[in-house]
Design a protein around this ligand. Structure first.
Ligand code: 5GP
Length: 122
């Protein structure tokens, strides 16, 4: 799927829309989710034009991918959730229920988060 330059995170990266930045470097931006689902809910995005973890891991080099995940861990530690535990989550495409077509990892924590998914097995 071609990258959509009009998506909301592309607009944040271009400075057209504001965000509550918690971390920024040359390759990565992290900011608080506008509708937090937990006391800590940070979105971590690469600055490159990647739609999801699928094209990112296929097309970006190992240093870029590695740096991105180093930053995810660093943000969790800085947010104070590494000791109590937290969840990272990245929705990909239709079945993943991805709403914004720019790769993002959610860092969620600050309270017990329950099971990973509703358990349809009962
Ligand atoms: P997805 O379902 O694509 O994994 O999640 C997209 C996330 O982006 C949602 O948690 C939503 O609250 C968040 N979001 C959508 N628009 C904005 C925005 O303009 N600013 C911020 N900070 N978060 C947004």
């Amino acid at each position: 799927m071609a990258y959509d330059q009009t998506n909301i995170f592309a607009r944040i990266l271009r400075g057209e829309l504001p965000c509550d930045t918690v971390y920024e470097d040359e390759h990565v931006l992290a900011f608080n989710d506008i509708r937090p689902l937990a006391p800590v809910h940070v979105l971590v995005i690469p600055k490159g034009p990647y739609t999801s973890l699928d094209d990112f891991t296929a097309d970006a080099g190992p240093e870029v991918v590695g740096h991105y995940f180093k930053v995810v861990g660093e943000i969790a530690r800085k947010a104070g959730v590494a000791e109590t535990g937290y969840r990272i989550l990245s929705n990909i495409g239709g079945h993943g229920h991805q709403e914004v077509p720019h790769l993002h990892v959610h860092v969620l924590g600050g309270r017990p988060l329950g099971r990973m998914l509703p358990d349809a097995r009962g």
